[in-house]
Design a protein around this ligand. Structure first.
Ligand code: PMP
Ligand code: GLU
Length: 406
């Protein structure tokens, strides 16, 4: 037997999720007693709704924890049917729904159902870290569409210019991780119409759609087309991770044309089978129970967004477009270092503050700063950043010093 296992080109073309790696690094540093401030996280710190916890415990107590259909339980599909009616104004059937182990799995399975080797998957910059890697795992070529100079929003023309006869899918995320930008109706309508004309599937990652601020509402995809869910060529992805603070339950779903959902469900039946039975019971309870926790989380995040944005803007040199949703500020730190990985490493090394380098989202010079953790951490983290970057001279001057001792 050869000493090493040769890896596939897909495996060789990707790395581990940087966001998850940073979570692990922050936890490790904390366990080692480092005074680390984690501003790189991507999950709310609130608890899952009590009804969701109780539903999971009740099922567990029966011991009847069995396989479910690969595409999800009828109860969970019905909850997604009701959710789609409520938030998207469309009546759908169970056959339009696949439940999955988080939006991550639904997205990955969708790409596996849509692309052949060498096909292209298009998405605007800045993009969520996993989109290019998922496209590569599926054998496709990721095609990020850069923002025009000085622009904060992608344009339909730039998206159109990126489409080729190999494009099979366009991924849109509104509000966006990392920028918090809500895509406007004109852009969404333009992209959806263009994709429909070319037979390209639009994957709408709506995982943050209820976590929006300032009275804003996200335009949803079905406001941009008259076509039915079966004919619109759109797959909507959502889940319980963010809106119900249920990241560890690993439940997401996809809503779209029955033929695509069937193909995806076939793939999922071999990949993992049905999602965790206990988690599906909890997710049904979250979706059908009292929705106050979502509103409370949204209110809380809006306050945190306001304060975090003010704090970041108090660092001379930092430029920020206030996020309209999510729990991230994506700020321009290029005045300090155009290399975001180097700057993020410097912040970690010198003042033990974790941020995510903008380059992981396709934009150099930026850092993503999360405000889903405690505000005490955000205040202390930004204080340390300002201290290192401004108050005490330039970052270079601090090279070699360790600023915060254990
Ligand atoms: N899409 C975006 C934009 C995200 O930020 C996340 C968070 N990890 C996901 C998808 C995946 O979420 P999950 O798999 O927990 O549903
Ligand atoms: N979506 C979150 C983030 O971007 C969670 C981490 C992940 O799943 O990659 O930080």
């Amino acid at each position: 037997m050869p000493a090493t296992s040769p890896l596939s080109s897909a495996a060789r073309s990707i790395g581990a999720s940087v966001t998850l790696q940073l979570n692990a690094a922050a936890a490790r540093m904390r366990a080692e007693g480092e005074p680390v401030i984690h501003l790189g996280g991507g999950e709310p710190e609130s608890l899952a709704p009590a009804t969701a916890l109780t539903a999971g415990i009740d099922l567990l107590k029966t011991g009847e924890v069995r396989y479910t259909p690969a595409s999800g339980t009828p109860g969970m599909k019905d909850a997604v049917v009701a959710y789609t009616e409520q938030f998207y104004g469309r009546s759908i059937e169970r056959t339009n729904v696949m439940v999955s182990a988080g939006v991550k799995q639904a997205l990955m399975v969708a790409l596996m159902a849509l692309v052949d080797p060498g096909d292209e998957v298009v998405f605007p910059v800045p993009y969520w870290v996993s989109y290019p890697e998922m496209a590569r795992i599926a054998g496709a070529v990721p095609v990020p569409v850069a923002l025009e100079e000085g622009a904060h929003q992608p344009t339909v023309a730039a998206m159109e210019a990126a489409l080729t006869d190999r494009t099979r899918a366009v991924i849109l995320n509104s509000p966006s991780n990392p920028s918090g930008l809500i895509l406007d109706k004109e852009f969404l309508t333009g992209v959806i119409t263009m994709c429909q004309a070319r037979g390209i599937t639009v994957l709408m990652d709506d995982i943050y759609h209820r976590l929006v601020f300032g009275g804003k509402i996200t335009t949803h995809c079905y406001e941009c087309t008259e076509k039915s869910v079966d004919e619109a060529g759109i797959l909507v992805l959502n889940g319980v991770s963010k809106q119900y603070a249920m990241t560890g339950f690993r439940i997401g779903w996809a809503v779209g044309p029955a033929t695509l959902i069937k193909a995806m469900s076939n793939i999922q039946s071999h990949l993992s089978g049905g999602p965790c039975t206990i988690s599906q019971a909890s997710a049904v309870a979250a979706l059908s129970g009292d929705q106050n926790s979502v509103e409370d989380l949204r209110d809380e995040l809006e306050e945190r967004r306001n304060e975090t944005a003010d704090l970041l803007e108090s660092i001379p040199g930092v430029e920020l477009n206030h996020p309209d949703g999510t729990f991230y500020c994506f700020a321009d730190f290029s005045a300090f270092d155009a290399d975001s990985t180097r700057l993020s490493n410097l912040l970690l090394e010198k003042v033990q503050v974790v941020t995510v380098p903008g380059i992981e989202f396709g934009m150099e010079g930026y850092l993503r700063v999360s405000f889903c953790g405690s505000m005490k951490d955000v205040r202390e983290g930004v204080r340390r950043m300002r201290w290192l970057l401004n108050d005490n001279g330039s970052a270079e001057l601090k090279a070699g010093d360790r600023v915060f001792a254990r």
